[in-house]
Write a protein that binds this ligand. Structure first.
Ligand code: SF4
Length: 120
């Protein structure tokens, strides 16, 4: 399998040619070792992060924006989105508050990205 990826680790944005036969992975086009590590991870266990919002009760707003504390396996994105959809939190909420700790045992927390005070 051959793929071309753009390395997103730094602003250089190297174009990476990746060839894999299911066992060995050959990476070309990277200017540094971080690009090779990125390409290997993209092929074997791609990671992504999420920004979303969670229902909020008793606050100035009805939702509060959240994000993951770190990228997780791409396969966990939809299950985590479902956990976020089911969750709710009470105001007040502060930036950085952990809303769901270690969501679905991924090691990532769902954290608030804005302050929301109590209603009234
Ligand atoms: S391969 Fe290295 S230099 Fe190129 S974009 Fe990735 S991190 Fe930056």
């Amino acid at each position: 399998m051959k793929r071309t990826l753009t390395c997103i680790i730094c602003p250089n944005g190297c174009s990476l040619d990746v060839e894999s036969d299911g066992r060995d992975i050959l990476v070309e086009g990277n200017l540094c070792s971080r690009g090779e590590a990125y390409a290997r991870e993209e092929i074997t266990d791609p990671k992504r992060t999420i920004s979303s919002s969670i229902r909020l009760s008793g606050g100035d707003m009805e939702i509060v924006s959240v994000r993951l504390s770190k990228p997780v396996s791409k396969a966990m994105i939809f299950p985590i989105m479902e956990e976020i959809r089911k969750a709710s939190v009470e105001a007040p909420v502060r930036i950085g508050d952990v809303i769901i700790r270690n969501v679905l045992s991924t090691g990532a927390d769902v954290i608030a990205t804005r302050n929301v005070g109590r209603r009234g």
